[in-house]
Design a protein around this ligand. Structure first.
Ligand SMILES: Nc1ncnc2c1ncn2[C@@H]1O[C@H](COP(=O)(O)OP(=O)(O)OP(=O)(O)O)[C@@H](O)[C@H]1O
Length: 618
């Protein structure tokens, strides 16, 4: 496998590159292949390619005329095929020349797509588990040529000799490895069998495995007893879909919500997409299982579907996708891009079909994947049109679909934050207003697009100020009677930049509403910092940014019995404490994070009220 030789010529000495095979194998094992186990895939793949070439010579031979036999007994691993075989010249130019592949040779360019290999390096992976590769081959193209025996060694040397045809009565190739002791993990019989099943269960030619034990004198166990589940025939469509679902379950370990058949004849692609029955945490992408010409390429391929499709896991087998040299991922070429688009289209078509004809499945699908669908609908008008009405949102009527909500509320109001929704939900719903929580990612944008699909729907933003404007003012007399208490309360809450007002609103059980938007709070923090930093660089910058900071508002509910009693308190300390307690309770209800000063206010007012109650009792 080395190519030394220096050629002297008139223009100076020409030299030929030399290959340090050990260095090369080290490079492959550390940087190209994920694990030594792939030596078996490379051997299988060479055998498959050899069978494909053999069928090219005998186009009328049935698919099972030629096969592959694996043997592992603990001391050797052997892969024997009935493929096209090699002559002595082939061995020199292909087997023993790194980087040269018979599958790229010019005369077969038109067939190149039929083969899995093309780089001329795969055989080197055998050095990951053995120091010597032994090959015995006989050519089917040149049947009269003698059998040829080749021994390639990890130090870069090789020997070759021809043998009488009786040494190999039929065309084909046998590769034998004597594993190193440190590679036992990958070459034990059970492991070889398992690897053969992993990589080869969908191969189109008969593959058997034998471990040489007494009970296995025959051809051994089939590695691929049945064709791929999508390539089998079934008595009924129901039997077919049950078999595909069972295959999905066996492959991925979950019962699919549904199984979508994938079939792209233009690129020879077939397979299934299994819809995950549960929500996938955002950002976590599941890999797909990709076979190329029946050979497992990757169990973690991500590139065959767009990012939004994280609610499915696929198994596909494709003729025309091109593996990279590591054969563990796919070339990012035009074919892959077209396949990705076409598969995405299939998933869309599935969604459309389910939306139109299977409400029960649709609701289970959306229950698990509404977030994925929402992220998709934002950019995909087609999905938006099909699914927006069925997507669940948090509303003042509880969790419900937008369609149902829009039917009950002529105007759909939407808040811009979760906090605002929490503040106004109870009061808005008591006032008969329909409000959607627009605070979650995508939700506000999506709700605003409802009129595109339901032109009769009216959608408007709802901010807390708008809501308070709709609360009924109290009459003049009540306002006057409460003035002293309100002044005490304003004074007590001035540290929070909070104004206090009195209104009447439903439900009467709500004592107070704290109206405060996040922007307003940020604005107040900025103003405070600017005041504290006055004169310094930061003070100038923050001061320049300062706008009129909107104040928070604590709106007391005059219909609430507790508030009515509080308004009559004339003891100043108790009035302040009760106002602080009402503020604290309203802040807690809004479920926004409390500032440290607010937490200590809640503590203090609670203890003060307790002390007051106990004093009164004693
Ligand atoms: N079982 C086999 N039968 C016939 N020829 C073989 C066999 N195994 C290897 N060869 C020959 O040896 C060459 C080199 O094999 P190798 O596995 O290194 O590369 P490849 O299969 O051509 O490409 P890749 O690096 O993509 O696998 C092949 O192109 C083929 O001509």
């Amino acid at each position: 496998m080395t190519l030394p030789d220096a050629l002297s010529g008139p223009a100076g000495a020409d030299h030929t590159f030399q290959v340090d095979l050990r260095g090369l194998v080290d490079l492959l094992s550390h940087h190209l292949y994920s694990s030594p186990r792939i030596y078996l895939r490379e051997l299988l793949q060479n055998a498959v390619d050899a069978l494909t070439a053999r069928h090219g010579l005998a186009p009328d031979a049935p698919a099972d005329a030629f096969g592959i036999r694996l043997h592992a007994d603990g001391s050797v691993v052997r892969v024997e095929d009935d493929g096209v075989g090699l002559t002595e010249a082939d061995v020199h130019s292909f087997l023993a020349t790194i980087g040269r592949s018979s599958k790229r040779a010019e005369q077969i360019t038109e067939q190149r797509g039929d083969f899995i290999g093309q780089f001329g390096i795969g055989l080197l992976s055998c050095f990951l588990v053995a120091d010597e590769i032994h090959v015995l081959s006989r050519s089917a193209r040149t049947p009269d040529a003698p059998a040829v025996e080749w021994r390639g060694r990890g130090d870069g040397s090789y020997s070759i000799r021809t043998l009488p045809t009786s040494a190999r009565p039929h065309p084909g190739t046998t590769v034998t490895l004597t594993p190193r002791a440190d590679a036992a993990e990958w070459t034990r019989p059970a492991q070889v069998h398992a690897l053969a099943r992993t990589f080869g269960s969908l191969l189109p030619y008969p593959v058997t495995f034998a471990d040489g034990t007494a009970g296995q004198a025959g051809p051994g166990a089939s590695v691929n007893p049945e064709p791929a589940p999508w390539a089998r025939t079934y008595p009924t469509p129901g039997a077919r879909s049950r078999a595909l679902a069972a295959y999905g379950e066996e492959t991925f370990g979950f019962t699919p919500l549904d199984t979508i058949e994938l079939d792209l004849p233009a690129v020879g692609l077939q397979g299934i997409a299994c819809v995950l029955p549960e929500t996938v945490p955002a950002g976590r992408r599941h890999g797909h299982r990709v076979y190329v010409k029946g050979m497992l390429l990757s169990e973690q391929a991500e590139e065959i579907l767009p990012e939004w499709a994280f609610f499915v896991r696929c198994v596909i087998d494709a003729e025309s996708l091109r593996p990279t040299a590591s054969r563990e991922s796919l070339y990012e070429d035009d074919t892959l891009a077209a396949v990705r688009d076409a598969l995405a289209e299939r998933l869309r078509a599935w969604i459309a079909r389910v939306a139109a004809s299977d409400p029960e499945l649709l609701s289970r699908f959306l229950h698990a994947h509404h977030l994925a669908v929402k992220s998709l609908a934002v950019h995909d008008d087609e999905i938006l049109r099909m699914l927006l009405p069925w997507l669940p949102f948090e509303t003042t009527d509880g969790h419900t679909t937008l369609d149902e909500f829009a039917r009950t509320h002529r105007t759909v109001l939407v808040t811009s934050s979760v906090e605002e929704f929490r503040q106004v939900a109870a009061i808005a719903s008591a006032a008969g207003l329909g409000v959607v929580n627009g605070g979650y990612t995508y939700d506000r944008d999506l709700v605003h697009r409802l009129p595109e699909i339901r032109p009769e729907a009216v959608v408007a933003d709802l901010d807390p100020e708008t809501l308070t404007a709709h609360l009924d003012p109290v009459d003049r007399e009540t306002e006057l009677a409460a003035a002293a208490y309100l002044a005490q309360a304003r004074d007590a809450l001035a540290v929070f930049d909070c104004d206090v007002a009195l209104r009447t609103f439903q439900p009467a059980s709500a004592p107070a509403l704290l109206v405060d938007s996040r922007e307003a709070r940020h604005e107040r923090t900025r103003s405070r910092l600017a005041r504290e930093q006055q004169g310094g660089l930061w003070g100038d910058i923050l001061g320049a940014l300062r706008q009129d900071a909107p104040r928070a508002q604590l709106i007391l509910n005059q219909l609430n019995p507790l508030v009515r009693t509080a308004l009559t308190i004339d003891e100043p300390e108790l009035a302040r404490t009760s106002a602080e307690a009402l503020y604290g309770q309203a802040a807690l209800l809004s479920r926004r994070p409390l500032r440290p000063a607010e937490s200590s206010l809640i503590n203090r007012s609670f203890l003060d009220l307790l002390a007051h109650a106990l004093r009164k009792d004693s």
